[in-house]
Design a protein around this ligand. Structure first.
Ligand code: ZN
Length: 162
């Protein structure tokens, strides 16, 4: 893992160690779905693939594959990207089934080319902590106007919703 950044990559403007670093070190669990989302983005940025694996919900498809294969692929992928910022745009508290949702804009670049995207992610608490179930990404090119103004209720209609 590269040396830890001073400022947390999740965009909180807090020190990394006092922000998502606490969750990455396993000292505590992210208290809610938006915090878990932020900590996962920060884990991509600091290349903490073990944390990315640990915060996948048991129902996530990658969880049915060997951990070594998934983390090797993650390590190869994250090393190619430059993670330049996260904006959590909207969040929905857990529904009757316990599913929480977060809409975010993730900024990332590969070889100078922007690969930023919007995603509506689903999260469930597994009794230990909040976990990532899956998400519906939406390329920025599909959005008209300022993507940072989108909410879960104003997402473009063609974005698949569950
Ligand atoms: Zn953070």
């Amino acid at each position: 893992m590269p040396s830890a950044p001073k400022l947390c990559p999740c965009g909180s403007t807090q020190r990394y160690a006092a922000c998502c670093g606490r969750f990455h070190r396993g000292l505590e669990e992210a208290p809610d779905a938006p915090a878990l989302m932020r900590s996962r983005y920060a884990a991509f940025a600091v290349r903490d693939v073990a944390y990315l694996w640990r915060t996948l919900h048991a129902t996530h498809p990658d969880r049915s594959r060997p951990e070594a294969d998934v983390t090797r692929e993650l390590r190869a992928a994250v090393s190619q990207f430059h993670y330049t910022g996260l904006k959590v745009l909207d969040a929905r508290a857990p529904d009757a089934q316990g599913r929480a949702q977060v809409l975010f804009l993730a900024r990332l670049f590969r070889a100078g080319k922007e690969h930023s995207f919007l995603e509506t992610s689903d999260f469930l608490h597994d009794g230990v902590g909040w976990r990532y179930v899956g998400g519906e990404p939406l390329p920025l090119a599909a959005v008209q106007g300022d993507p940072e103004r989108l909410t879960l209720d104003t997402l473009p209609a063609h974005a698949p919703r569950r």
